[in-house]
Design a protein around this ligand. Structure first.
Ligand code: SF4
Length: 187
């Protein structure tokens, strides 16, 4: 697997090819070594959608979580949900990664980092994030105008265009579609 299932490799891909929602969660995960429940669901399934196997996903989670907790605690508290997402425990269902509509309409409480930044961040926070990720002032304004009119997925599509210097083939409606379209341009 080209991701080599290490945080550092995901760092690389998250900067170049992840949509804003997943890049943000990945960044928080790597800096705090923790993910709250909403992020575990959204990001865990996204990683699965990238083609990471159960073992690879477990390694990504374990490497990061065990910077704060021991292996035993990780196994007891955090590994179940990964196995669950891969249909190995519980209802044994092969869960699908969330699409944009599901993410945009999810509830995000304060201190939580899942959801869609175009929808759930306030204007100041979104501007800051886009600036931090290297977008120009004009690009940021274009995105902010779309967000003001609640065109969150169009804003994401514009973000794609600005970071790739090329438009996506269609409007972004799924984080894994974002990654696939990026892959076509960059690889
Ligand atoms: Fe993620 Fe979709 Fe929002 Fe883009 S529009 S940031 S892919 S949820």
């Amino acid at each position: 697997n080209k991701f080599s299932v290490k945080g550092e490799f995901l760092d690389y891909y998250s900067k170049k090819q992840f949509p804003l929602c997943m890049r943000h969660i990945h960044q928080i995960f790597r800096s705090t070594h923790h993910m709250k429940h909403g992020c575990r669901l959204q990001y865990g399934l996204f990683l699965k959608g990238l083609g990471l196997t159960l073992e690879e996903c477990l390694k990504v989670w374990r490497d990061e979580f065990t910077k704060l907790v021991d292996d035993n605690t990780f196994e007891k508290k955090y590994s179940y949900i990964v196995r669950h997402q891969h249909g190995k425990v519980g209802g044994m269902i092969q869960y699908k990664p969330y699409n944009c509509m599901k993410i945009i309409t999810s509830n995000v409480g304060s201190g939580e980092h899942h959801g869609c930044p175009f929808k759930h961040f306030d204007a100041t926070q979104l501007r800051q994030k886009l600036l931090e990720y290297g977008l120009s002032g004009t690009g940021i304004e274009e995105i902010m105008n779309l967000v003001k009119d609640t065109h969150y997925q169009i804003a994401c599509t514009k973000y794609f265009e600005l970071v790739h210097h090329k438009p996506s083939k269609s409007v972004i409606n799924h984080p894994n579609q974002y990654f696939d379209e990026s892959n076509e341009i960059l690889n």
